[in-house]
Write a protein that binds this ligand. Structure first.
Ligand code: TYM
Length: 344
């Protein structure tokens, strides 16, 4: 892959991330992404969008798509994003993303995309039947990030490879168009507990929107009873909790639940183990259920109340789209000039 540009990007720090409106949001999305958005908006200029262009790489019912977008926007607001501070918008309302993605399609190499593990997972056995969009998906993701010259991208672990591709595209563009330091090489922000939350039914599989078992995940719209019940039913083992994380090496379900507790309570895994060492899941699970209900049930309630006023959500998204276009347009004009087009 391309060498890093020797000239470093000199522009300001900027945060960008997005979530696809393609199924219920769950605890993994919250801890891996949304909770970080709300924290980071106070530190730096922040752009958070709903990835509705990415969503149609697999079939979405046109009659439901707008409501799916509103639901993600409601989750952003309910988890603490403030539209006066952060720019919140639907990706499809800012055409500069798609236009830059085309140019990046001509910068990225087939060999780079061939290595993307998410395409392999999502296309399954019949990749010839997958949409072309599903294949070039990470190129659009690079455009989402670089159209704002974002430097920091809060995401879960599963997006790391897409971020590496984004850096390769940025570096190759800077090199090919003789523009050292033009695009930043953005960093994924995955530190801390919560970057990879696993299924409640199988500690070796990622918690995911597409898992057929609803008991495998806690949805942000689950009420207090459903949250507590899913934690009660979560797969565990009969051993007491050890004193250090090394003791959990062969116990993926136990390790995951400790990680969930730590992330929800903003503590380290070790700190949680120190508190519960020697106790079994009969004692630990009710404490985890109480914590999860206290942190998550208010989010679901707030989402439901926000979704009762669609006009207000639409107004926030329209204002965000206006601000996002103003930020994206100058980058696209610069890119077009570099490629040799009329910039207008
Ligand atoms: P999506 O919609 O699949 O997931 C949204 C965010 O949730 C994180 N996540 C998890 N984190 C921890 N544990 C889990 N089990 C878990 N499952 C999901 C994801 O890492 C992600 O941060 N390609 C992106 C959307 C996107 C994007 C972007 C993100 C499009 N353009 C530009 C950042 C920047 C996606 O499909 O996320």
């Amino acid at each position: 892959m391309t060498e890093e540009s020797p000239v470093l990007y000199q522009g300001p720090k900027r945060v960008l991330s997005g979530v696809q409106p393609s199924g219920d949001l769950h605890l993994g999305n919250y801890l891996g992404a949304l909770a970080k958005f709300a924290r980071m908006q106070h530190e730096t200029d922040t752009f958070i969008f709903v990835a509705d262009l990415h969503a149609i790489t697999v079939w979405q019912d046109p009659a439901k798509l707008k409501d799916q977008v509103r639901e993600i926007a409601a989750a952003y607001l309910a988890t603490g994003l403030d539209p006066k501070i952060a720019t919140i918008f639907p990706q499809s309302a800012v055409p500069e993303h798609a236009e830059l993605a085309w140019i990046f399609n001509c910068v990225a190499r087939l060999g780079w995309l061939d290595r993307m593990t998410q395409f392999k997972e999502k296309s399954g056995k019949h990749k010839e039947r997958a949409s072309v969009g599903l294949y070039t998906y990470p190129v659009l993701q690079a455009a989402d990030i670089l159209i704002y010259k974002a430097t920091h991208v809060p995401v879960g672990e599963d997006q790391r490879q897409h971020l590496e591709l984004t850096r390769d595209i940025a570096a190759k563009f800077n090199h090919d168009f003789d523009a050292p330091g033009f695009f930043p090489l953005p960093d994924p922000v995955t530190q801390g507990p919560g970057a990879r939350i696993m299924s409640l039914r199988d500690g070796t599989a990622k918690m995911s929107k597409s898992d057929p078992s609803d008991n495998s995940r806690i949805n942000l719209t689950d009420d207090a009873d459903a949250i507590a019940q899913k934690i009660r039913k979560a797969k565990t083992d009969a051993e007491p909790l050890p004193e250090t994380m090394d003791g959990l090496a062969e116990r993926p379900e136990a390790r995951n639940l400790i990680g969930v507790y730590a992330a929800l309570d903003s503590r380290s895994d070790q700190d949680v183990l120190t508190e519960f060492a020697g106790q079994g899941f009969g004692a630990f699970k009710p404490k985890l259920a109480d914590l999860a209900v206290a942190k998550l049930a208010p989010i679901g309630l707030q989402m439901r109340s926000l979704l009762a006023d669609k006009a207000q959500i639409d107004a926030i998204l329209a204002d965000g789209a206006y601000r996002a276009r103003n930020a994206a347009a100058p980058t696209l004009a610069e890119v077009k000039a570099k490629v040799g087009y009329w910039a207008g």
